[in-house]
Design a protein around this ligand. Structure first.
Ligand SMILES: C[S@@+](CC[C@H](N)C(=O)[O-])C[C@H]1O[C@@H](n2cnc3c(N)ncnc32)[C@H](O)[C@@H]1O
Length: 261
């Protein structure tokens, strides 16, 4: 159960420690097929945002970069996708795969529970196969919806068909109840894999697409909520002097700064 549930009953530190440990085997175990990733993830996302081709996407718990890779492989995608994860090792492997795309796909070491962006920033917010491994998944969903702009697209997954994770997956009723606590339109659940359903929704209201704004226009200091600036190999906050290093692999290391706030 410890292995099957990625340590989720022991808290966030253990989950992340296990992902760090397991990162080099993750892709082999998952064996994602680009054809399916295109047909079942990237294509439906591009369909939903059409005719807009340059959405600003946030992928929460991006792991080894599954969704960014699927989007980059889509011929119409011209947007920017920011990947956030708390496992530094998973992000390192994502960075190796996304080598050369760090501007279009910035990767940030940061917890899903505190997203370093203002309300209503993103055109699309996604989280795949992750929420059941979080200690406070409802809080993460609330964060995801907070940073999504009105009219923006939410895509997340709900784990199904497991008796091994009591209290960590949502029944149909629990999922509906959770979704009803937010201001969402057109929420629906779509069958996807043996273990997961996809959950789609639109944030109520309307607003102009954000488009592929650069990170310098949206990344906020986790300590004082000021816009951060890239300078001398780091992202710095001119107000509180917080500093997040950029790793040699290009990953922005916000987590240590957040821990020190
Ligand atoms: C099963 S993997 C899914 C990765 C990717 N979304 C995919 O579909 O391949 C779960 C990911 O959630 C991340 N994760 C777990 N708890 C987290 C948290 N509190 N904040 C950010 N990431 C977290 C793990 O590090 C891991 O990369």
């Amino acid at each position: 159960m410890f292995i099957a549930t990625e340590g989720v009953y022991l808290g966030r530190r253990v989950v992340v420690w296990l992902y760090d440990l397991y990162a080099n085997h993750y892709d082999d175990v998952k064996n994602y097929q680009s054809l399916y990733e295109h047909a079942l993830l990237a294509d439906p996302i591009m369909d939903q945002v059409a005719p807009h081709q340059s959405p600003l996407i946030l992928d929460v718990a991006t792991g080894t970069g599954r969704l960014p890779l699927a989007m980059l492989n889509h011929s119409s995608f011209q947007g920017r996708i920011i990947g956030i994860d708390l496992s530094r090792r998973m992000l390192h492997n994502a960075a190796e795969k996304l080598n050369g795309y760090s501007d279009q796909v910035p990767l940030i070491w940061n917890p899903a529970e505190n997203l370093p962006f203002a309300d209503s920033t993103f055109d699309v917010v996604t989280s795949l196969e992750s929420l059941e491994f979080m200690s406070r998944p409802e809080a993460v969903v609330a964060e995801m919806i907070r940073v999504l702009r009105p009219g923006g697209l939410l895509l997340m997954t709900n784990r199904i068909g497991t008796r091994l994770m009591p209290g960590k997956t949502w029944s149909k009723e629990q999922l509906n109840e959770l979704l009803s606590t937010f201001d969402l339109d057109d929420a629906y659940v779509e069958a996807w894999q043996v273990d997961y359903h996809k959950v789609w929704a639109i944030k109520s209201g309307d607003s102009q697409p954000t488009g592929k704004r650069p990170l310098g226009e949206i990344l906020r200091c986790p300590c004082c909520d000021t816009l951060m600036v890239e300078r001398d190999g780091a992202w710095v906050c001119e107000k509180c002097k917080g500093r997040a290093a950029i790793g040699r692999d290009g990953v922005i290391e916000l987590f240590p700064l957040q821990e020190s706030c």
